[in-house]
Design a protein around this ligand. Structure first.
Ligand SMILES: [Zn+2]
Length: 236
């Protein structure tokens, strides 16, 4: 697997042939198994509008219920956004390392539909404020962003990505954790020592959930919350 779970175009010739997909999945399976307790984790492979191929994985958050898990398709979408890619052209999902491919779960179908509406939020910035500005929150109009810092001072930012059906929404902590997994290649969340959340004061606050997730996966992590005054989410 190449850096950042993105495959270069040279490597990517006919990535969506049956044979190529199978070898990509075989290569990605050990990493996928390290990110979840599932014996047969989902692996999502997608091709973006810039022709690059992205790989996404299920990520279980240790000591938290499964509904906090990041789905492989959500991982893929965050990776696409990190690479300023605007659209997903092809998608293949494997859940058993075989030649058989599956449709995204209902949760992710909804998520993908939302993302395809989103054309303006393709930048993920370096600060929690920028991350909040890059949220996709057209329903609650309550953008939020998170930056996580590890012991070495590396930053991992994430923006809230909302779905009208609510449950498939991806919280800013989970989005930042995708960034963490992409950069570090694993789930050593205990190395996270500080988290910053920026959000507006609204009834759709992320604070409690974000704080609870961080306490579970990185006990002792310092947690700072900043409330910005209400602003209109920039949208196209
Ligand atoms: Zn899913």
């Amino acid at each position: 697997m190449e850096e950042n779970f993105v495959l270069s175009p040279t490597r990517n010739v006919d990535a969506f042939s049956q044979q190529n997909l199978h070898s990509l999945i075989t290569e990605a399976t050990p990493l996928a198994q390290s990110l979840t307790s599932k014996r047969r984790p989902h692996i999502a492979i997608g091709r973006g509008s810039n022709g690059l191929t992205y790989v996404g994985f299920d990520v279980e958050l240790p000591d938290l219920p499964l509904n906090f898990s990041i789905h492989a398709v959500q991982f893929l979408v965050v990776s696409l956004k990190l690479n300023f890619d605007l659209a997903l052209r092809d998608l293949a999902i494997s859940n058993d390392g075989s030649h058989y491919y599956y449709a995204p779960c209902g949760h992710c179908c909804q998520f993908l539909q939302e993302i395809n509406k989103d054309r303006s939020h393709d930048l993920i910035g370096l600060t929690a404020m920028t991350a909040a500005r890059n949220s996709y929150a057209p329903y609650s109009n309550a953008p939020s962003g998170v930056v996580l810092y590890d012991r070495q001072g590396h930053k991992f930012s994430g923006s809230y990505i909302e779905s009208v059906a609510d449950i498939p929404s991806l919280g800013p902590v989970q989005a930042a954790l995708v960034n963490f997994v992409i950069d570090t290649g694993g789930r050593e969340f205990k190395n996270i020592v500080e988290a910053e959340l920026v959000e507006t004061r609204s009834r759709f606050r992320q604070e409690d959930t974000a704080r609870m997730i961080m306490q579970k996966i990185a006990p002792g992590c310092k947690f700072n919350v900043y409330h910005c005054s209400h602003y209109r989410a920039e949208s196209s």
